[in-house]
Design a protein around this ligand. Structure first.
Ligand SMILES: *Cc1c(COP(=O)(O)O)cnc(C)c1O
Length: 224
């Protein structure tokens, strides 16, 4: 199946309120171009060093989302153009995003990455840490970031019950905070679901799915 056919197949089964982020990591700019020509305009990358060259090479109406772990010292490279950062998991990172956004005269939309999986290795905030961050004076004073929602990754398991439970817990937490709108906290986006589990995520309230291999095929990490 072609990239265009894969996109169509996924999109035709999605509720209107769910945004599809096409995750193009490890795939060449030509593959992104093919998806773009098929009508896809929102793309996700997990590495700054891959995102920047693709941004430079491709049409400027593409919305680029950074979905992977972000180091503070790399924020400056994406601050001029990034549309959304899904992987904010500390106040110090948020501070740097705010600083770089200000330098560029922008407000950068961010999602707080929440730890919902059982695995120890995944990044993300606990529910308590998230609430502490949102309540902090330091965050409330930031004028160049807006937290527009939350992101979570479920445990990598075939146990559908486990995955569903994790997505549900994040949706419940997210929903409890929906009414707490402030100047820089405007929760509307719940980014949950990848190729293996997006159908469950959508059933559990996801509004944004991040799909790579189902669109672009499997990734070959040996090719640089
Ligand atoms: C790679 C990646 C995805 C997409 O994964 P697929 O299984 O290829 O759909 C989604 N989210 C994040 C954070 C990723 O790094």
């Amino acid at each position: 199946m072609s990239i265009a056919e894969n996109l169509l197949r996924i999109k035709s089964a999605l509720p209107d309120k769910v945004t599809l982020v096409a995750v193009s990591k490890t795939h060449p700019a030509e593959a992104v171009k093919e998806a773009y020509l098929a009508g896809q305009t929102v793309f996700g990358e997990n590495k700054v060093q891959e995102l920047v060259p693709k941004y430079e090479a491709l049409p400027k109406d593409i919305e680029w989302h950074l979905i992977g772990h972000l180091q503070s010292n790399k924020v400056k490279y994406i601050a001029p153009f990034v549309s959304m950062i899904h992987s904010v998991d500390s106040l110090s990172l948020l501070k740097e995003i705010n600083r770089q956004a200000q330098k560029n005269g922008r407000v950068i939309n961010c999602l707080l990455q929440m730890h919902i999986a059982e695995e120890e290795t995944k990044y993300g905030l606990s529910f308590d840490e998230c609430e502490t961050l949102l309540a902090s004076e330091e965050f409330r004073a930031m004028k160049n970031v807006c937290i527009t929602g939350m992101m979570g990754m479920a445990t990598n398991t075939g146990d559908e019950h486990q995955v569903r439970k994790e997505f549900r817990s994040l949706n419940e937490f997210f929903s409890r905070h929906l009414s707490e709108q402030t100047a820089n906290f405007k929760p509307a986006v719940l980014s949950m679901g990848m190729s293996s589990d997006y159908r469950i995520a959508v059933e559990e309230g996801s509004t944004m799915i991040r799909i790579g291999s189902t669109i672009f095929g499997s990734r070959d990490y040996s090719i640089k």
